[in-house]
Ligand binder design. Structure first.
Ligand code: FAD
Length: 472
């Protein structure tokens, strides 16, 4: 009997336990992607990026002699219909760990089992199942360093080659057309620009991993903090959509760690473990997605007005603070932002502008092509001070000092801010092509004055913090 392979954030063929188990059963495999309400609710850039990933996976599946079936609707109902149409006896998928996906998957599993259909979920999205890593006392980890110590030398599941052939069903079930889903529609003018900055698919991700480990990883420890350098792997969007498996990256980097580029590879492995840690936290404390992780932060006087002109200026990259604006424009143009820049813009929004971290988190969710619920929420709460293992609130990034240290020649700022340059680079001009016309900005505008003095913003943030602390 056929097995339905329900693809979600695992859009690859290699290192795919759910797929390899389906192949091992020997019968036909029916690969399906479902545009369910949760997927429809993704941010504009994430949805656009997903469309490209689905297209790429679909082409890879064609080569194996099979077809990716596309269906839209409530996942449980879609699966029911497919089972009825194909006589499938089992559904396989790769586990996700956010509360909404877990609730949906558990309900589907029980309903299918009650009808005698086998429903099997598999690992693969993270290195370690969140419940498998426990402290000595038997709980979950709240702090990264001991978590890292506990996973650093743990065995990671072995690699699995991609199947060369996926046995097809006798009759193809009907499929939607990807173009009809219009997953890129919300990107508007930005889509054409984003296209230039984006690399898609499993083969590309594997090649990117190879080239990163062949060279840049040796300097990763130092270079990773300089936003104008290509010092990092750039694999985050492939990871979040599952175009590459974290285990593939882990094993390859371990080989490099043992082979010579030790310190760089070690730091890189540690960053990969941060991604797992974010999922570990989301699994054990799902409120990290929506509420202050640390309850003693409830009542902090953050401004929750999303329409505050200063918040709007932050989203549009016109705060008048060059490093912050460069970063916000990089985000809008490329769908990504350098990690150091993410920390600085998040600190600026939540501290200098005293705006709620949720506002920033939601803007990132709309603009990031590498959006990941766990890493985004952890990153924002870490920067805001309300999160696990967070930076202490009084450590307020000064964007000017940060720029002097990490962008000493101003390359990053020049890459992204056209105003004031006689011959701005294409990247800086791309911003004006990508933005909605209603923003009414042109490269010839004068560069805006700062929204807030850095010293003054810092003073206000510290006063708010002290006030909150003494009121508790
Ligand atoms: P590399 O430096 O090459 O690292 C390799 C991989 O390790 C990354 O691809 C990523 O999967 C993981 N990783 C690295 N740093 C972190 C980190 N701090 N937390 C979790 N995982 C990490 N990352 C996302 O993937 N999606 C998000 O939505 C996201 N939102 C963020 C929001 C804020 C406010 C902050 C401070 C960080 C956020 N990050 C997010 C983490 C990090 O900035 C990106 O993963 C990283 O910049 C991606 O670039 P890279 O692939 O070149 O990373």
């Amino acid at each position: 009997t056929p097995i339905i392979l329900w693809f979600r954030r695992d859009l690859r063929l290699a290192d795919h336990p759910a797929l390899s188990a389906a192949c091992a059963a020997g019968g036909p495999v029916i690969p399906v992607f479902i545009l369910d309400p949760e997927t429809e609710a993704l941010g504009a850039a994430a949805k656009w990026r997903l469309m490209h990933s689905i297209k790429n996976l679909s082409q890879s599946i064609d080569i194996t002699g099979n077809r990716l079936i596309l269906r839209r609707g409530d996942a449980a109902a879609v699966l029911d219909r497919l089972i009825a149409e194909t006589g499938a006896g089992a559904v396989h998928w790769t586990r996700l760990y956010d509360p909404a996906a877990r609730a949906r998957d558990q309900a589907i599993k029980s309903a299918l089992k009650a009808r005698g259909i086998s429903a099997r979920s598999f690992p693969g999205h993270v290195l370690f199942e969140p419940w498998a890593i426990e402290t000595g006392a038997g709980g979950f980890y709240r702090v990264f360093t001991p978590y890292w110590k506990s996973v650093r030398d743990r065995p990671v599941d072995p690699l699995i080659p991609a199947p060369t052939r996926l046995p097809a069903p006798a009759r193809w079930p009907a499929s939607d057309w990807l173009d009809d889903w219009a997953l890129g529609a919300a990107m508007g003018r930005g889509a054409a620009v984003l296209e230039r900055y984006c690399e898609v698919g499993e083969a590309t991700a594997l090649a990117r991993l190879d080239s990163f480990l062949d060279g840049p990883v040796a300097d990763y420890q130092l270079a990773r903090d300089y936003p104008a350098r290509a010092g990092t792997s750039g694999l985050s969007e492939a990871l979040t959509l599952g175009e590459i498996a974290p285990r593939r990256i882990w094993h390859a980097a371990q080989r490099v760690r043992q082979g010579g580029a030790g310190a760089g590879a070690e730091t890189f492995l540690k960053e990969l473990a941060w991604r797992d840690f974010a999922h570990h936290l989301m699994f054990h404390t799902p409120h990290i997605l929506t509420r202050n992780w640390r309850q003693d932060w409830d009542g902090f006087p953050w401004n929750e007005d999303r329409h505050d002109p200063r918040v709007i200026a932050w989203t549009q990259g016109r705060t008048g603070v060059p490093f912050v604006d460069a970063a916000m424009r990089e985000l809008y143009v490329t769908g990504r932002m350098h990690n150091r820049a993410r920390m600085i813009v998040a600190s600026f929004l939540t501290k200098h502008l005293l705006s709620h971290w949720r506002i920033g988190m939601d803007w990132f969710a709309d603009c990031l092509t590498d959006w990941d619920p766990a890493s985004n929420a952890m990153g924002w709460q870490w920067c805001a001070g309300s999160g696990p293992d967070a930076a202490p609130y009084f450590r307020i990034f000064n964007p000017e000092t940060q720029a002097k240290t990490w962008d000493p020649k101003g390359d990053y700022v020049r890459n992204w801010i056209a105003e004031g340059q006689r011959n701005p680079p294409q990247s800086a001009l791309d911003y004006f092509d990508a933005m909605p016309k209603s923003w009414q900005m042109t490269p010839g505008d004068p560069y805006p004055a700062p929204l807030v003095g850095l010293a003054e913003g810092r003073k206000m943030a510290l006063a708010a913090y002290e006030g909150h602390r003494s009121a508790r």
